[in-house]
Design a protein around this ligand. Structure first.
Ligand code: NDP
Length: 253
């Protein structure tokens, strides 16, 4: 079977939803999928101005985008965001579960409220969003998690509940890939290493051991994650499912 791929716009006619797309890795993914031809919906929880600048940037490049406020921890808001994406943009082909938080500190100092927040956004939000999206996805659909390299190996202290949620995201992806493969929908988990964003600044106190743990001796850039997501979202990744794709500068090597 020869794949017919439009090189300039491999996602032409497709619709993508990127959770937490107003800055950082999510914004880069939204921009990249739009550049590849998709119409893109992004969600955010707090910063409407940041979300609106991502939409404007995509529109300046002649793309189509919308921003929807939807806290990933709020199941009703998340379901509404999926419905609004389909109502406004007409369909749903690609879901990128990117929204996520970390609260770095020693495990024994983590409060119940902090652990609940990390679990509700990083796991519960992913499950609920995916369930809502699956109602609309057809053969060729793509579900993509932004897990983490620490979902497999943890090189430094301070990220215990976070690492546990990303390990859960990894197994969720593998289990779901088995269950919905027969529908022609793929499920994959992109696992970034240290990427320079507001969540994990390359200049912060926590950056030194992370940079040192990479084989390339540097932080990654958001576009280096977006490139992997674009490939997995596109037609050429049709036989990849249930995979954990680590993009970490060799941190877990
Ligand atoms: P940032 O904090 O830079 O950006 C997070 C994005 O998610 C923002 O758009 C933010 O917008 C949104 N967001 C945060 N909380 C919520 C919420 N409750 N509901 C909806 N949207 C939300 O993070 P990164 O870009 O660094 O991280 C993105 C993903 O990548 C996360 O899942 C993270 O765990 C993962 N990752 C990051 C790594 C890194 O080194 N940076 C490494 C490995 C994985 P707003 O504040 O307006 O809600």
């Amino acid at each position: 079977m020869a794949l017919q791929v439009e090189r300039n716009a491999p996602l032409a006619g497709k619709v993508a939803l990127v959770t937490g797309g107003s800055r950082g890795i999510g914004a880069a993914i939204a921009n990249r999928l739009a550049a590849d031809g998709a119409s893109v919906a992004i969600t955010y929880s707090k910063d409407a101005d940041a979300a609106s600048s991502v939409v404007k940037e995509i529109e300046r490049g002649s793309g189509k985008a919308i921003a929807i406020q939807a806290n990933a921890a709020d199941a009703e808001a998340v379901r509404n965001a999926v419905e609004m994406t389909v109502t406004t943009l007409g369909r749903l082909d690609v879901l990128v579960n990117n929204a996520g938080i970390a609260i770095p500190k020693p495990f024994e100092e983590a409060t119940l409220e902090e652990m609940d927040r990390v679990i509700n956004i990083n796991i519960r939000g992913v499950l609920v969003t995916t369930q809502a999206a699956l109602k609309h996805m057809k053969s060729g659909g793509r579900i993509i998690m932004i897990g983490s390299a620490v979902g497999e190996r943890v090189a430094a202290p301070g990220l215990v509940p976070y690492a546990a949620t990303k390990g859960a995201v990894k197994m969720f992806s593998q289990a779901l890939a088995r269950e919905i493969g027969s529908r022609g929908i793929t499920v994959n988990n992109v696992q970034p290493g240290p990427i320079d964003t507001e969540l994990n600044p390359a200049t912060g106190e926590w950056a030194v051991p992370q940079k040192a743990a990479t084989a390339l001796d540097r932080y990654g850039q958001v576009d280096e994650i977006a490139a992997m997501v674009a490939f997995i979202a596109g037609p050429e990744s049709s036989y990849i499912t249930g995979a954990n794709l680590t993009v970490d500068g060799g941190m877990n090597a």
